[in-house]
Design a protein. Structure first.
Length: 190
């Protein structure tokens, strides 16, 4: 019988600071899941009172901040805003200099692939599209429900392994979706 305790997730290499822009139903659950894998949520942005309550429930002690401040603090940023808001958010963050070179920028929209992040890519960000194919409740139960959930993954080829690794760390199953197939993927889910 092995009596060696399992390693603490915090002791794993390559742990990232995580920020969330858009504390709807998805972002806080994904950040909480990444926290279980040893990453460290450091900032969250939410506008509505419901978003703020959700962030407090799923990410206690993580400060609420403006989106630009979230990007200042985090190495991995989850952009979990509604599909229609995503292009404008990315453009605004890139144009204001909030995006840092080498920063992982992840969106969770099923509608878009990684190209929607092109303004941030031009600013040096590393773009990933990770879409969890499940309905979120906005409660802590979502963190457990991510186990075995399929994620539509779209990223530049050189970031494919990193994208898939993040999904696996959240307990999900990565499913590669080529950029040109993203509209078909989205239509199939609808």
């Amino acid at each position: 019988m092995n009596t060696t305790p399992p390693p603490d997730p915090k002791d794993r290499p390559a742990r990232l600071t995580v920020g969330v822009v858009g504390a709807g139903r998805v972002g806080p659950a994904l950040a909480a899941s990444l926290q279980l894998a040893g990453h460290r949520p450091v900032a969250v942005s939410g506008v509505s009172e419901a978003s703020r309550r959700r962030a407090a429930a799923l990410l206690p002690d993580v400060p609420l901040m403006r989106p630009a401040e979230v990007l200042q603090r985090a190495e991995l940023v989850l952009l979990t805003v509604p599909d229609d808001a995503l292009p404008g958010l990315v453009t605004g963050l890139a144009e204001t200099g909030a995006v840092r070179p080498g920063q992982l920028l992840v969106h969770t929209s099923g509608r878009y692939g990684a190209r929607v992040l092109d303004p941030a890519l031009r600013a040096g960000a590393l773009p990933l599209a990770l879409h969890p194919a499940m309905t979120f409740t906005g409660t802590p139960v979502d963190v457990q429900r991510l186990a075995g959930c399929s994620f539509g993954v779209t990223a530049p080829e050189e970031l494919r392994l990193a994208a898939e690794a993040l999904v696996i760390e959240m307990g999900g199953e990565p499913e590669w979706i080529a950029e040109d197939r993203r509209p078909l993927y989205h239509a199939a889910l609808a």
